[in-house]
Design a protein around this ligand. Structure first.
Ligand code: SF4
Length: 205
């Protein structure tokens, strides 16, 4: 990811995710400027391509998924051996301190519903009546927001201009505000709202 496009803004303090990591202490102001379609399940033009490459998934998330292995194997119709690449990378920012990736099968993430593009981890949680954040990867829930070295920023696709639906719809921050709220709490959201509003005021002046 190229940092040349970043416009980092230092926050008044640091904010740690409810999962114990990552910790955010600055925000790339582009999260308030870049936009995307965001109503993913109503999308008729991209073929749900943002799931084509699979996703990084932290070690603690993998454990929570494997704790429901039998139920999920029956729901998904696949074996747990087919869910993750098994190649691990040490990433201190990720819960559990390391991450692997979901496997790509026939051109998209093994957890994607091929008929409607939905995430089956998400729909499984809804059907069973528990919070989807328990098993859906943090990176997927936050996308197109992401993080690294304390910076809340955008996925590299946005900086590259390669996300097919970018440019129309709400800002990446507004679209994913509830996910930021879930992971980092109301105080970070209040500070980000204030930054967003002052950028709008400056732009209108
Ligand atoms: S885990 Fe779900 S949301 Fe994430 S890439 Fe796979 S199908 Fe898409």
């Amino acid at each position: 990811m190229s940092g040349s496009e970043y416009e980092p803004f230092k926050l008044s303090r640091s904010y740690t995710s409810r999962e114990g990591t990552p910790t955010i202490d600055s925000v790339d102001l582009n999260v308030f400027r870049y936009s995307y379609f965001s109503a993913c399940l109503s999308c008729t033009f991209c073929g749900h391509s943002c799931c084509n490459w699979g996703v990084d998934i932290d070690a603690e998330n993998v454990e929570r998924i494997l704790a429901r292995k039998d139920e999920l194997e029956a729901y998904l119709g696949t074996r747990s051996e087919d869910w993750f690449t098994g190649e691990w990378e040490i990433i201190a920012d990720y819960p559990g301190g390391k991450s692997t990736r979901t496997k790509v099968v026939d051109g998209s993430c093994t957890f994607q519903n091929r008929e409607n593009g939905a995430c089956k981890l998400h729909s499984f949680a809804l059907e069973k009546g528990f919070d989807y954040h328990v098993i859906k990867p943090l990176i997927s829930s936050l996308f197109p927001l992401t993080f690294g070295d304390g910076l809340l920023c955008l996925g590299e696709e946005l900086y590259e201009g390669s996300l097919i639906c970018q440019g129309n719809g709400p800002s990446c921050y507004d679209a994913q505000r509830n996910e930021v709220l879930y992971y980092f709490g109301p105080e970070l959201v209040a500070e980000l709202d204030s930054i967003r509003d002052s950028l709008k005021e400056k732009a209108a002046a």
